[in-house]
Design a protein around this ligand. Sequence first.
Ligand SMILES: N[C@@H](CCC(=O)N[C@@H](CS)C(=O)NCC(=O)O)C(=O)O
Length: 203
Amino acid sequence: MTDNIVFYTNPMSRGRIVHWMLEEVGAPYRTELLSFDKNEHKAPAYLAINPMGKVPAIVHRGVVVTEAAAICAYLADAFPKTGLAPALDDPARGTYLRWMFFGAGCIEPAIMDRMFERPAPSRPASLGYGSYDDTLNALEKAVSPGPFVLGARFSAVDVYLASQIGWGMQTKALEARPAFQRYSASCTERPAFQRFSAAAPMD
Ligand SMILES: N[C@@H](CCC(=O)N[C@@H](CS)C(=O)NCC(=O)O)C(=O)O
């Protein structure tokens, strides 16, 4: 078994989040590109890795990790010398985990519902993210005053949140508030982001 990371992705997918994260980590990895046109993500070989037939996924030390937020958190913990996650006994870990889960559990569905113009449910209180406005207001607080969620310290949660914010603003599903623009600029000036975006331009 090799310790090298295998990264399953498609260039125009949430795999972009993990691509940036892998550049932050700096550990060796091999990329397996899956063509959506050829349905390679639904082929038995890949379904054996991710039964959802979705990217991204990684395999590291014989273990599969899927879900972009989980992959970011996993990689930060697997490579602690990178300093991309607060240590287990660091109180900042609470803040870090809070916003990582908020990103996946609230921001993403809020953005997707807005993008697809899904009608508001009859009981918004039952919706995990409540309302689009409440979610954006909370997100604005999380990234303010910045420059990062943990203040001066950049971490894996910034890879995840800045990816959601960047994509959300680009598709106009997320309001381009000044706080989001400032946060996005701070995160995307990182050399790892620059390396990733040079390797995977948006067309
Ligand atoms: N919850 C997953 C979502 C992954 C996902 O939906 N990936 C899309 C691309 S962005 C995909 O693979 N779509 C292909 C399909 O479902 O057929 C995550 O956060 O990683």
